[in-house]
Design a protein around this ligand. Structure first.
Ligand code: NAP
Length: 285
């Protein structure tokens, strides 16, 4: 029986998950298809219940359904419960479990591509939205020593700093500008951009939260933005002599971890990364 996999979202047209997941299935000769389905908010419950069918292995979930799927699942794992969001559903003979591979995918990408281990390090998170929250929890779980959260809206940065403190990590909220930001960057081992600054067609396409002069050469700079593949911040990081990593790796590695949950096989990460890069390049990213 051909197995079915896919991703739901609303809208979903932009998703490149079908490209790199199908490339992985084909590379391993697995008889399965990975599609994308646009599901309206009203249709989420019926769609998720349909995943109990024997030909379904499960799905990925993207915006805006990551919370909405939770009530329709039989079990939600610890990571997804902490994140309050599910990005992967697995069908075990009609029983549906919910998982979140976004945070673990972020950590795996950094480890594989740069050797970074959060244990005992100081991290600066730029932004305080949905992706910043997941990344903060991943760093906390990874044993980070301290966190600084810089954001335009201070209240949101303070909420995240409080979350880190509640989880036993020293944390501070600061504005994403001025000397206080420069000082935080100077002492950071890891700098992660979780704002939409620098994103194509975003609020500040040409913008960068930090310039080369403000980035220490010893830092790892990870931009979660992946359109374009090389963001203004990554260009500044490279000019500073720092290690620069783009957001496509995080996207692919969350998929690598989902793939392993569905198929029980080691995912061909290099095949997936090559397929994702080729697709983004063909889209002009
Ligand atoms: N690589 C991946 O796998 C992955 C995964 C998730 C998201 N992403 C990317 O990450 C980015 C953020 O996503 P999200 O879901 O976290 O978005 P979000 O929840 O909407 O948060 C957006 C963040 O950007 C800040 N921001 C927006 N415009 C700004 C500006 N002009 N100046 C300064 N800060 C600004 C916001 O600050 P305020 O709080 O002040 O509004 C907020 O901190 C997007 O580009 C998304 O595509 C990538």
């Amino acid at each position: 029986m051909t197995k079915r996999l896919g991703i739901i979202g609303y809208p979903i047209g932009h998703s490149i998950s079908p490209i790199f997941q199908q490339a992985a299935l084909d590379a391993l000769g697995i008889d399965a298809t990975y599609e994308k389905w646009e599901v309206t908010p009203e249709g989420v419950g019926d769609f998720v219940n349909g995943l109990r069918a024997p030909d379904s292995w499960g799905i990925n979930i993207t915006l805006p359904h990551k919370q909405a799927v939770i009530p329709f699942l039989d079990e939600v794992d610890e990571w997804a419960t902490a994140a309050g969001a599910v990005n992967t559903i697995v069908n075990h003979d009609g029983r549906l479990t919910g998982h979140n591979t976004d945070g673990p995918g972020f950590l795996r990408a950094l480890l594989v591509e740069t050797g970074y281990d959060p244990k005992g390090t100081r991290a600066l998170i730029l932004g305080a939205g949905g992706s910043a929250r997941g990344i903060l929890l991943a760093l906390v779980r990874g044993g980070v020593d301290s966190l600084v959260i810089a954001n335009r809206t201070m209240e949101r940065a303070e909420t995240l700093a409080k979350l880190a403190v509640e989880n036993g990590v020293k944390s501070e909220a600061i504005p994403i500008a001025g000397n206080v930001l420069i000082k935080a960057a100077a002492s950071a081992d890891l700098i992660v951009n979780c704002t939409s600054v620098g994103m194509s067609h975003g609020p500040d396409e040409q913008g960068t939260p930090l310039t080369a002069a403000e980035i220490p050469a010893s830092a790892i700079v990870n931009d979660v933005v992946y359109t374009p593949l090389e963001t203004p911040l990554l260009r500044e990081a490279t000019a500073a002599g720092a290690t620069a990593l783009g957001g496509l790796h995080m996207l692919v590695y969350q998929g690598v971890l989902s793939f392993q949950m569905w198929t029980g096989q080691e995912a061909p990460a290099d095949v997936m990364l090559a397929a994702a890069t080729k697709e983004m390049t063909s889209r002009g990213a």
